[in-house]
Design a protein around this ligand. Structure first.
Ligand SMILES: [Zn+2]
Length: 195
């Protein structure tokens, strides 16, 4: 029971920042949706992922309710999917306005749902092929993204300061609160560090 309580305690603190997928300083905070007030935010959610999941949800409802649309306009979805993937290459993606990024992620979600629906209803191999292709692309893109991430904080005036930067103060606050409560839980549970 202690382990479960501790895990829950961690979850109830970490969900507020773990899905932000980005530091929360001025440079990057646009990449996350804030829930709650600016002075006392409740949590942050990754903006790109939100749009992608929204695209998947809308696509699933749309394509499942009208399956003919995929068969009739398949070329449109192939074209829009290819364009979306090319425009989402990290080097290109980082240059877009935030609204274009939102659209690209939403479109990615739509395309994923189109492939899922086609795989289930029309062709199984299509889904396997697309899945493998997307995985390979993700691998290639993530290499580039890692290079960009390593340079993302270049020139930031907070970098040389010996304190937690503003991008991570929110997470640090949650973690500190977790640590306080976890210590209380630990003491009250009668656990011994020697057992
Ligand atoms: Zn994300």
């Amino acid at each position: 029971m202690y382990r479960l309580k501790q895990k829950w305690l961690w979850f109830s603190h970490s969900f507020k920042f773990r899905w932000a997928h980005t530091p929360l300083c001025n440079r990057f905070v646009k990449g996350a949706f804030r829930i709650g007030s600016k002075s006392d935010p409740f949590m942050f959610v990754c903006r790109s992922c939100t749009w992608a999941y929204l695209g998947i949800a809308v696509g699933l409802v749309f394509f499942l309710s009208d399956r003919g649309v995929l068969e009739e306009f398949w070329y449109f979805f192939v074209l829009s999917g290819s364009l979306t993937l090319v425009m989402s290459h990290p080097s290109i993606y980082s240059r877009w306005y935030r609204s274009v990024k939102d659209f690209l992620r939403f479109n990615l979600g739509l395309i994923i749902s189109a492939v899922v629906v086609s795989t289930v209803t029309v062709n199984f191999l299509l889904g396997v092929g697309f899945g493998v292709g997307l995985y390979a692309l993700r691998f290639i893109y993530s290499k580039r993204r890692n290079v960009m991430k390593s340079q993302a904080c270049n020139g930031c005036e907070e970098l040389p300061l010996e304190k937690i930067c503003s991008g991570f103060t929110f997470s640090a606050k949650q973690i500190r609160s977790y640590e306080d409560q976890a210590t209380q839980l630990y003491i009250s549970s009668g656990q011994s560090p020697f057992s």
